[in-house]
Ligand binder design. Structure first.
Ligand code: SAM
Length: 334
């Protein structure tokens, strides 16, 4: 077994150490966001989905291999039955950070229990503050439910709350400033994400809606001075501060400011496929191994270490509307 004081076990062939794992706990979601899924989605049959015990086992093995940060995502993690038991199991591991990405719809019910179970930080997706537009983007979502969820999360007292907004031309570009002011009023951070060409979506052509981080930044800079910050939350956001607010503004720019050079992340899909890069298909099946070795962790540990050699140097996204990876984001785990 590796000890955290040993030299890192998870180092790829380019010298990058993997310290951060995102675990997808379900491909299901109560929303159908237009950039993430098609309207009619087929979800995985139950036997292909990792059990919560299998996900907890993988989390423990990663932690023993030196991983310091785990994020639960999906699909919508809070629609997975008994999710709190998994949160409790992972909350007991020796980690620096434990976070979840959620659409917020179930937070009025779950926020306090998540905090009690050991969750430290939440990313909550919010693309619009206009109920009609929110419905148009999420196809099924109710804005008020998510706003109540954000308030419940603030009330619960997490170490950090960040909003995530995917900005699209002709859809929600004009809401950038309102979203910044909302984050400032609530005292939370906000990151703006460039839409990625993952999954063959039917709603729009991604070359027409693409809005770069630089464009979003100049919209904000018309009203607020943005001071570059060295803050690093271990993920792909580049942060800025405003002189008169505690709110940090992040930009996640997979197209225009490729963040591969210091990538410290891997992901596991809900089928137990270890993905070495968001924008490539390099992967290793862990589910089969877990089920063949229900009590012996060594084969799984060895497979994870060996998979580091599969981690590609970088992803190559284009903005010409072509789908680069056929996996929808709900399969990958955002
Ligand atoms: N259901 C949760 C949620 O809504 O946050 C977690 C899963 S979702 C796939 C995670 C994040 O990925 C969300 O912030 C979402 O906006 C983002 N996302 C999904 N598809 C995307 C795409 N094609 N490009 C950029 N971001 C995307």
């Amino acid at each position: 077994m590796s000890d955290k004081t040993d030299k890192p076990a998870l180092v790829d062939q380019f010298g990058r150490t993997v310290t951060y794992v995102r675990l997808s706990v379900t491909d299901r979601c109560d929303f159908r966001c237009v950039y993430c899924m098609s309207e009619e989605m087929e979800f995985l049959p139950r036997e292909q989905v990792m059990t919560l015990e299998e996900i907890a086992r993988i989390a423990r093995i990663f932690s023993e291999l030196g991983v310091e940060k785990i994020r639960l995502t999906g699909g919508e993690p809070l629609v997975r039955k008994d999710i709190l038991s998994l949160v409790r199991d992972i909350g007991n591991l020796e980690l620096n950070d434990f976070a979840m990405t959620t659409n917020g719809s179930q937070l009025p019910r779950y926020a306090q229990d998540l905090k009690t179970a050991g969750m430290k930080r939440l990313n909550i997706s919010l693309d619009s503050l206009d109920p009609e537009k929110f419905r148009r983007i999420t196809r099924t979502g109710r804005l008020q439910q998510v706003l109540d969820g954000i308030d419940a999360a603030i009330e619960a007292g997490f170490e950090g709350i960040k909003l995530n907004s995917v900005i699209m031309k002709g859809r929600n570009e004009e809401e950038v400033m309102d979203l910044v002011h909302f984050a400032r009023d609530k005292g939370v951070d906000i990151s703006f994400i460039e839409e990625m060409p993952l999954g063959d979506i039917s709603d729009h052509s991604r070359d027409e809606t693409f809005c770069s981080s630089d464009e979003v930044r100049s919209i904000i800079e018309a009203r607020h001075r943005l001071i570059p910050s060295t803050d690093d939350t271990g993920g792909p956001s580049r942060y800025f501060r405003m002189p008169d607010s505690t709110t940090r503004i992040g930009f996640i720019s997979p197209h225009t400011h490729n963040f591969c050079g210091d990538c410290n992340r891997v992901r596991m899909t809900v089928e137990g496929r270890l993905l070495l890069c968001l924008g490539n298909e390099h992967s290793k099946d862990l589910r089969g191994l877990l089920r063949r070795h229900p009590t012996d962790d060594d084969p799984i540990r060895e497979a994870i270490i060996a998979a580091m050699d599969l981690k590609p140097r970088e992803h190559h996204f284009t903005t010409d509307g072509d789908v680069q990876v056929v996996r929808f984001m709900n399969m990958t785990g955002g």
